[in-house]
Design a protein around this ligand. Structure first.
Ligand code: MRU
Length: 353
């Protein structure tokens, strides 16, 4: 991975760019202070960028992997035009090992593997075109989700969001932030409260960065302040994204989402999950079957790389949690809204119209 400064406005719709024949990722670890890109030339560099949180957010991880697969195919075909398919397999495995929870990553790998079986000549042009198609489709789906989700919000209130489910976490526009953007544009939301989202501070650094740039009023909450903010009144909805939705409607999302859902139910605040259909995993029966990533204790013991905890303390650092379906009022996908999700409604929603 190489860090580069690009003469491309970072206001461009997406933080994932195919530029100069290579993949460029806006380095989300440095935002909002610095706007640098990381350049990836092969699948290993792409996987490292995903693991190291240069790019994060379930849909963005999937899209990045699609470009990584195109890079891998280019490299392996140059090595051997006959054996490139076998040579690419370890690259697919390296990408699959980058992060375990976001099902979009595994969806993209299976999808591209299927596509590869039908390719007779140089695989690079068609795999790059497929990555670009997946990228563009994600943006379009987010706009559809935005319209469906905004329609659920009565005008006049405030919402709480958690982590970052905006354009940085997707191909553009955002899932939960897409709903918030659409609802704000329609005058349905007056104020957004964003949880700061320890330990990576995706809310404070990324969600606030996106909303401030768009002129959407945003106030940060320490994660522990969300229940008190609900008790103070005026919050209509909690709106979040997801890394994986199980077949029964249980939702994996950034650690802290579950406690927000519990607090929301207690205070009569409704709870919305916005995610593309590819985030619903019919092969994962319940939330208990979702692999939850645990990251280094140092992420909790430090803040911005500076030690903050008492020396000798340990830390438990699961980076996602599971919200049971019964605490979810609505799942919004590009196909519409699933109210009070359960196994039957999810299965019916997965059947194309
Ligand atoms: O660890 P992260 O930053 O990748 O976690 C991201 C989230 O939890 C998002 O809410 C989720 O991926 C949905 S993004 C549209």
């Amino acid at each position: 991975m190489q860090s580069v400064s690009l003469d491309i406005p970072v206001d461009a719709d997406s933080a994932i760019l195919w530029h100069d024949d290579r993949l460029h990722l806006l380095d989300q670890r440095l935002l909002p202070q610095q706007e640098w890109f990381v350049r990836c030339a092969d699948a290993c560099e792409t996987a490292e960028a995903i693991r190291a949180m240069v790019v994060r957010g379930a849909p963005a991880i999937g899209i990045t992997a699609a470009y990584g697969i195109a890079l891998a195919a280019r490299q392996r075909y140059a090595q051997s035009p006959t054996d490139w398919r076998e040579l690419v397999e370890p690259d697919l495995q390296v990408l699959a090992d980058a992060r375990p929870t976001a099902v979009n990553l595994f969806w993209v790998i299976s999808h591209c593997r299927r596509l590869m079986t039908g390719i007779e000549s140089d695989p690079f042009p068609s795999l790059l075109a497929e990555a670009q198609r997946i990228h563009g489709e994600d943006r379009a789906m987010n706009r559809r989700m935005g319209a469906f989700g905004a329609g659920l919000i009565e005008p006049g209130g405030a919402v709480i969001t958690h982590c970052n489910a905006g354009r940085l976490a997707t191909g553009g526009y955002g899932t939960a932030l897409g709903v918030i953007r659409a609802a704000y544009a329609q005058g349905r939301i007056e104020q957004v409260f964003a949880d700061e989202t320890r330990p990576w501070l995706q809310g404070a650094r990324l969600t606030a960065w996106e909303l401030v740039r768009e002129g959407v009023p945003v106030q940060l909450l320490c994660d522990g302040a969300a229940a008190a903010r609900m008790a103070a009144g005026g919050i209509g909805w909690v709106i979040v994204g997801s890394d994986r939705i199980a077949a029964n409607g249980d939702v994996a999302n950034k650690i802290g989402t579950y406690s927000l859902a519990v607090a929301a139910r207690h205070h009569g605040v409704r709870f919305m999950v916005a995610a593309p259909i590819s985030t619903i995993d019919p092969n994962t029966p319940t939330g208990a079957d979702i692999p939850i990533e645990t990251r280094a204790a140092a992420e909790v013991l430090q803040c911005a790389g500076r030690p903050v905890a008492a020396e000798g303390a340990g830390a438990w650092n699961p980076v996602f949690d599971v919200t049971p379906a019964e605490l979810v009022d609505a799942i919004v996908t590009e196909r519409g809204v699933i109210h009070n999700p359960d196994r039957e409604k999810i299965a019916a929603h997965l059947i194309p119209a």
